[in-house]
Design a protein. Sequence first.
Lengths: 126, 561
Amino acid sequence: MNPIRVLLVDDEAEFTEGLTKVLRRRGLTVHAVSDAAAALSLVSRETFDVVILDVKMPGMGGLEALSEIKRTSPGTEVILMTGHLSPSEEEEGLRAGATAYLIKPYPIPDLVTLIQEAAGHKKEVE
Amino acid sequence: MRETADRDYGAMFRFMVGRMVLVSLLPLMVIGGANFYLFYSLNRSVVLEQHANFLRYHRQSIETFLNGITTEISTLAHQYSLDELKAGGLERAFRVVQQRGGMFTDLGIIDSNGNHVRYVGPYDLADKNYRDTEWFRQVVEKGVYISDMFLGFRMEPHFIVAVKRPDEEDFWILRATVNTDYFSRLVDAVRMGKTGETFIVNGQGFYQTKTRSAGEPLSPSGYLDLTPHEGIRVHQVSIEETDYIYTTTWLDNPRWLLIFRQETSDVYSPLWKASFLGLLMFLVGAAGASLLAVAVARAQTNRIKRADREKDMLTQRLMVAGKAAAVGELSAGLAHEINNPLATIDTLQTLIQDIASGPSLSDGDRDEIIDSAQKIGKQVQRAKGIMQGLLKFSRRVESQPEFVDLNQLLQELAAVASTRAIVEGKRVDTDLEELPTILAPPAHLQQVFANLLNNALDAVSGKPDARVLLSSRLHDGKIEVRISDNGCGIPEENLSRIFMPFFTTKPVGQGTGLGLAICYGLVQELGGSIQVESTLGVGTTFTVQLPGRPATAGPDAGGAP
């Protein structure tokens, strides 16, 4: 079984750095970028099972990036993460096809489980 | 909040009563006073005019009488000769005169030497000589004379009318004594009031008639204003601390002062009676107005008191709501700023744990690192919990309203709470009356009542016979849920603050201070209200009122299944 491929998109460098290490140690293949534009170009070139998107970023926001990813790579699962709960954002994100809308800080073991489930779901669809 | 509660309602009440009494009585007093003054002036002028008219008329009748008796005696003296009178004529004439009313006491004839030559009357005066008397000198000089009152030989007050009758070289005098009683009665014929009387004093101020109360004939009257004046004079005189109204006029012959006097209080007694009646009516009116003022002021004060109380409650609610809103705004921004660093910390502590779990460390170090990292993780979750509470408070998870059987929800909550409570030796009882279904987000209702129930269970910790009662009923068309505990109670100074965000009495780390603030906000959003009553050491009751819904509006109107 191929390792699950995860793309982390967040402008908080230390957060992505730490999370990348944790996820890798738990057997995932992880790429990290710090803005939505970089993420979109990467997604267009490579295949990812799960993209973890920060909602609030400088430049293009997470919700916009989500729509773009779903448009170009509909099979890619997207998990939204935010520090700021907003019911309207949550609704918009889920409607646009996000797998989950998570409030930071979300417990890492749970996040791993969620990623695995999402990847499994993706595999089934494929 | 305290400013209106400190208002001095007693002073307000007194001020209102005073002002209303003043407003109603002042015009009454002014009108009453003016009326009295007008009435008094009018009455006074009418009364005094009446006195003057009476005396003017009375003087005429007295003068007529005096002229009459002078004419009578004169006629008698010229009708008869001295001899005729001596030979029984005097007695006959006296009888005739007496038949006309007894105005004379006696008749007598005096010769030019002053000897009393003939006398008809009750006194023993037949051999008296009058040559040295004042009246004798006057009649000799004037021919006709009316004397002032004097004692004379009879030693009784009387006055006489005398006429000189020339007889060849000589003369004789016919003299009549005017009956004092008769004359006094004539003078004092008209009576007015209780004290009105008429009498005469001579030029020296001595009484010339018998009076009812003023004084004996010939005694000094004490009336000193004896300067002659024309016509009628009216003035007030004070004698021995009694005020009189004196109406006076001078007679021509003799020069006597005719006086009508009446005590001032007697003169004005009808006026006083009318005034007293008026005053009585005024007092009755004033008492009525005062009673009315008191009643109106009391009602008004109570109304203001009620309004103040309502205003205070509203102010308090607005303050709580306002603070809650401000905290909400602040916390929404704050949450985002804090959650991101928290996420980083959490991620890194997970990393530490993951690394430490590897085989490269000694067991002791590993345990130490893992333990510390776990503690960091716990603290992160705690901080997250606070932030999430704030977020929920500021912008609550939107939840669709549904028709909820509130009793069922409460029953479930009580059942869940009981499992925890029984272990801790606490009891949860329910007393749920039939309720209509309620249209509200179930999650909100659950949050509100779970929160209140947990608070109640916390409050009874460590109490023997610890008990929480969850009850519901329909009251005045509203659904009322009460959560009562027999716990420690809430100090009064905290009661007004318990709904404020971040207010907590629990130890640090055990309560966020947001529970009741969220309950408050949620209940408000449902259009209801939440109240608290508490007595220290006895217990606390939270009452949540939610608007009832018309029974026909729901799909399954009715109570528990």
